[in-house]
Write a protein that binds this ligand. Sequence first.
Ligand code: SAH
Ligand code: SF4
Length: 463
Amino acid sequence: MNVYDSDRMIDLLKPLGYELTEEPSEADIAILNTCHIREKAEQKVYSDLGRLKLQQDQRRLEGNDMLIGVGGCVGQAEGAEIIKQAPYVSMVFGPQTYHRLPEMIAQLVRQKDANSKKRSRGLVDTDFPIESKFDSLTPPTISPASAFLAIQEGCDKFCTFCVVPYTRGAEFSRPALEIIEDAKRLVSLGAVEITLLGQNVNAYHGAAPYASVHGKNEWGLARLIQELSNIEGLKRIRYTTSHPRDVDQDLIDAHRDIPQLMPFIHLPVQSGSDRILEAMNRKHSAKDYLKIIELFKKAREDIAFSSDFIIGFPGETDADHKATLALIEEVKFGQAYSFKYSVRPGTPAGAMELQVEEKVKSMRLHELQHLLGDHQLSFNKSKIGTIQPVLFDRKAKLEGQMLGKTPYMQSVPMMIPERLFGKIVDVKIEDGYAGSLAGSIVTEEYIGNINPSHNGQEREIPV
Ligand code: SAH
Ligand code: SF4
């Protein structure tokens, strides 16, 4: 979501004459778009700000300037405190106010012109606005092959560990027509894959574009996906992040009926212990979760899952931890993210007794990641010998190497000709590792007389 928001900020600043630079020393404005979800992410903001201050000093020595802004959820949560701690920051704003960025910048520039000697006072804009920021965003003007599209934001679920309801605000769904128009524009700009975004994307209930014969004037996620699947040229649809409580039969059926909908679902469970799930206010049990997995598998046999886990939630015992390992053993996730529980200010869990010792958290995390890693490796190896459609959408680490994605989000780094960039190409999988796959291209129109293999050696194909 932060990547999406950052791109929108770039779009908003274009009409003011700003463009993106890879080089911080060239920047007239530097914006940190921040995350507040765990303490570590928050701490990073202050160390990054320290580094930016050096760049700002250098630019001022050279007779230039650099406006520094802090956006995102740390901006929302900390507000004026950031300017107190780092007085060289000129503006602080939140995830629901960044559409006012052009006004903030214009105001700062005016202040500076009016009083060029004195440093202007920092601006803080973190009041949740009545208007939706989406009404003020400019339509995308460029698109990567794999694009993000926000359809829902915020959250009303108040899990006891989580800051999102406080920083992103109340749950909100964009009208379906607006999303369809954005999706069509992204496809016309080159997107072949769209990932629909929301903090609880499957809680989506946006205004329908037209009245339905059933009298329904809202669409759920499944109905929206169905409509998007009619867009010519849109080959892949994904959504993230979904919540087990908001999975409905329509969404399960969509995975059976819509071929463009990728068979890989990020469905965080957080814990496998019912006691902990209750204390987290997740409002579902481990059994409910497993039932949902089973229903998805019934709808589409080749479906796979990823998840998020929080380790060491207050009161978590060895038995609770074992229950989480048991759930992992049962589902066998293709991929997963796991984090030590991080106390967040103002959340109910932060004030709970029986906080788990750091040492215990580390041990449990290690054990859990080991198991998840084993499953990920087996999942990757299970694809050996299959042909996977791979979308090459970004540059990899090595010069000339591209990174592709299978339907299951597995990375496939390969040396490929540039003309395949942004294309979906059939790849015969020859090996599977912890975090990637290797193979050779088999799509006939692309073979020509070269078959670039993953190890960078282009070799002739015998005809
Ligand atoms: N809406 C999604 C998740 C959004 S937050 C859901 O409900 O599943 C993204 C992930 O960050 C969560 O799934 C959780 O695993 C992790 N997270 C959130 N708060 C955390 C905290 N206080 N400590 C550690 N991890 C946390
Ligand atoms: Fe946070 Fe997700 Fe819970 Fe909402 S549902 S409070 S975003 S973890």
